[in-house]
Design a protein around this ligand. Structure first.
Ligand code: AP5
Ligand code: ZN
Length: 216
């Protein structure tokens, strides 16, 4: 199963990608997680990406395509993948198509998470992420069971560096300008499945699974 999750920042892509990855036994590929790891390790990629990420801007397409090209070469991708946060521009979508064509494969579905802007802001202010394993929580909608520590690995939870109010607003406007056109792009390709992302996390997941099984 080759899946792409599309939607505004904070729509729940990462949350559902982790669940889909467990359910189908396919890797979760998040360009945001890969970039954040590169920034914290201080690699050449991380140093370049940091200046864009902290301003809420997109990292240049050539760097992103390099990451994806390398990631898709790994053997675990033979079973499929769930991509979260990629592609984010028409150019990246064309790049992905080319890479998949070369491997004689294609996307099965692109899931679009529909969440209005007002709701997104509340999701950012309450989001907490694990410093070690990347698990994501929300103080109100998905709280950790033990204070400010991760249920999965016990490490400290923090607020993501780009979840500041000004950066969040920039990220949303960059999404509107550069990523939103992908909805129409994938609709034309006959791949788009829209989902109401405002429902509780488990309900969104159940709906996703039945849509992917072709039950709805
Ligand atoms: P990235 O990490 O991809 O961030 P994003 O797309 O902005 O998305 P988020 O991770 O903020 O949100 P999400 O949709 O995953 O929501 P989540 O599940 O966490 O990118 C970060 C930066 O990296 C970019 O700004 C850019 O600079 C760079 N970058 C990355 N990829 C790139 C690319 N391809 N090209 C160029 N640059 C790139 O949920 C949010 C919160 O809501 C959580 O607290 C969660 O617990 C809660 N929640 C989730 N679902 C629900 C629900 N149904 N109900 C209530 N609460 C919910
Ligand atoms: Zn953790």
């Amino acid at each position: 199963m080759n899946l792409v999750l599309l939607g505004p920042p904070g729509a729940g892509k990462g949350t559902q990608a982790k669940k889909l990855s467990d359910y189908y036994g396919i890797p979760h590929i998040s360009t945001g997680d890969i970039l954040r790891a590169a920034v914290s390790e201080g690699t050449a990629l991380g140093l370049k990406a940091k200046e864009y990420m902290e301003k809420g801007l997109l990292v240049p397409d050539d760097l992103i395509m390099g990451i994806i090209n390398e990631r898709l070469e790994k053997p675990d991708c033979r079973k499929g993948f769930v991509m979260d946060g990629f592609p984010r521009t028409i150019n990246q979508a064309e790049g992905l198509k080319k890479l998949l064509d070369e491997k004689n494969t294609k996307l099965d579905a692109v899931i679009y998470f529909d969440v209005p802007k007002g709701e997104l802001i509340e999701r950012f202010t309450g989001r907490r992420v694990c410093t070690r394993c990347g698990a994501t929580y929300h103080v109100r909608y998905n709280p950790p069971s033990r204070g400010n520590t991760c249920d999965k690995c016990g490490s400290e939870l923090i607020i993501r560096a780009d979840d500041k109010k000004e950066t969040v607003e920039k990220r949303i406007s960059v999404y509107e300008d550069e990523t939103k056109p992908l909805i129409q792009y994938y609709e034309k390709e006959g791949l788009l499945i829209s989902i109401d992302g405002t429902k509780p996390i488990d309900e969104v997941f159940e709906e996703l699974i039945s849509l992917l099984r072709g039950e709805k």
